[in-house]
Design a protein around this ligand. Sequence first.
Ligand code: NAG
Ligand code: NAG
Ligand code: NAG
Length: 258
Amino acid sequence: MSSRPPRRSVMLSALLLLRAVTAFSGDGRAIWSRNPTVSPVNESQLFLYDTFPPNFFWGVGTGALQVEGGWKKDGKGPSIWDHFIQTHLKSVDSTNGSSDSYVFLEKDLSALDFLGVSFYQFSISWPRLFPDGTGAVANAQGLRYYNALLDALVLRDIEPVVTLYHWDLPLALQEKYGGWKNETMIDLFNDYATYCFQMFGDRVKYWITIHNPYLVAWHGYMTGLHAPGEKGDTAAVYTVGHNLIKVLYSSLLPPTSE
Ligand SMILES: *[C@@H]1O[C@H](CO)[C@@H](O)[C@H](O)[C@H]1NC(C)=O
Ligand SMILES: *[C@@H]1O[C@H](CO)[C@@H](O)[C@H](O)[C@H]1NC(C)=O
Ligand SMILES: *[C@@H]1O[C@H](CO)[C@@H](O)[C@H](O)[C@H]1NC(C)=O
């Protein structure tokens, strides 16, 4: 199976996205001609001068896991992080550290209005759309939620930037396949991503595949600090890294047919 992202989708890692939104060829040079004493490696200095190009995207970003809450509301399936919180981080508060954006979406939209951002980056929770990670038909309430969010952003003229994977793998895929250790995940991710392109691609021009893959591999499978909390298997870390790179790479390929 190969990936068939829509032609106009821009599939990028978080790093590449930063490049895409900041690195308009040549614009950066003006920084140094304006004040040659400014250090190119001292980031805090960049904010002291009028150095942002006019088309710089000012915005804010979140991850579903950290803001949505509602970990089993309206048919959402558990993610590896829900499980990890339950088994490893028992001291979390009543909202599990999230701001309950699944319930208080309107408030968060008002906050975006208030901030006057030009984009909002958020992630889709895979198990909110597909409770066990797979299937042709998504959980209707999950679909409704993301459609409502996207419509509200479009209405406010806020550009959505959507991350497909910000760590919250459906728990079922961890249990059945061993998560990212298993290259089956590549095809399953492609199916999920293709679904998202088809459903949301009319409103989303900027896609991010995987948020911080390094943390997924290293802390998920080596230190155990992140879900799924596995420890000490260097081979697993490399396998996970390899599979994640394959996901990133296959997402960048042009469509094989259309
Ligand atoms: C970075 O720039 C700020 C502002 O000019 C300055 O206060 C700070 O000392 C600089 N840091 C380094 C590491 O040069
Ligand atoms: C927090 O997450 C744990 C594990 O997923 C769950 O058992 C608990 O019900 C959650 N608490 C709330 C308030 O959602
Ligand atoms: C991947 O998952 C399949 C199906 O559960 C299993 O047979 C296979 O051993 C798994 N491979 C790895 C590397 O875990």
